[in-house]
Design a protein around this ligand. Structure first.
Ligand SMILES: [Ca+2]
Length: 263
């Protein structure tokens, strides 16, 4: 919890938040969910996970760090790495999202979005954007991007140009540090640097409609939320379940978000 306080003070500018987003949600009558684990598969402890995506029956992962960044396709039944493509050593991989038969992979500080064709993961073109790249997902309208700030940015499917933005708030307070993103059934799910919580966000208003307390996963993986943070969320529309993992975690979990009682 102390580590979360440090990150909380850094990212959130809100002392009540420092104990974690889930605790803040409880106090302010925002619904809190727990994670119900339904299965697990292997995950490489070399993977510095920055993005996770379920598409067409496969799992895709973006990994970060200079000289180690990749985009890779995994077997969703086992976690086996079926294909891994290394990025140039001067690129730091970040979030990934799918649109129109291609993946777009953000980079952290390089202002370039890498476009990969599917299923062969061949690099086809680049997009340019301003500022840092953190998380990326897509709904039926556009890409949705984070950059560590409280803001979600909508970007055009055709040229990645900026369309719109909305600030994310919980109980009227802005929430900084949005990281990996996942769109599912009308909501955007976002995890945060340094805490094991996931916000469920209405992308139209930016309001946090619920918080998922993912502490149940921390008991099953080594490290702490600062050094090995939760940072992979992928929604499997076929099963209605999520894949969840983190940086250097040995497992990818299958899970549902369920109502939390009795806290
Ligand atoms: Ca994702």
């Amino acid at each position: 919890m102390k580590a979360a306080c440090v990150i909380g003070a850094l990212l959130l500018c809100e002392s009540a938040w420092a104990a974690g987003l889930a605790d803040f949600a409880w106090v302010h009558n925002v619904p809190v969910y727990e994670v119900e684990i339904t299965g697990e598969i292997l995950h490489s402890t070399e993977s510095f996970t920055q993005g996770l995506l379920c598409q067409g029956g496969a799992l895709y992962e973006s990994t970060g760090l200079y000289g180690k960044s990749t985009v890779r396709r995994l077997d969703p039944a086992t976690g086996e790495v079926l294909q891994s493509v290394a990025l140039d050593s001067d690129l730091f991989g970040e979030g990934i999202a799918y649109s129109q038969g291609e993946l777009v992979q953000l980079t952290w500080l390089e202002n370039v979005g890498l476009v990969w064709s599917l299923p062969d993961l061949a690099r086809t073109k680049n997009y340019r954007y301003h500022g840092e790249g953190w998380g990326l997902t897509a709904d039926e309208h556009s890409f949705i991007m984070s950059n560590g700030s409280p803001w979600l940015y909508r970007r055009d499917f055709e040229d990645f140009s900026l369309l719109d933005s909305v600030a994310v708030t919980i109980a009227g307070r802005r929430v900084s540090g949005l990281n990996e993103l996942e769109y599912a059934v009308g909501r955007v799910y976002a995890n945060f640097l340094g805490v094991d919580d996931i916000a469920e966000i209405d992308p139209a208003t930016g309001s946090v409609t619920a918080v998922v307390d993912a502490a149940a996963l921390r008991d099953l993986v080594p490290g702490d939320p600062v050094n090995t943070p939760l940072n992979g969320i992928a929604y499997d529309s076929a099963s209605g379940e999520f894949f969840l993992t983190g940086k250097l975690w040995p497992k990818i979990f299958r899970a549902r978000f369920v109502t939390s009682f009795g806290k």
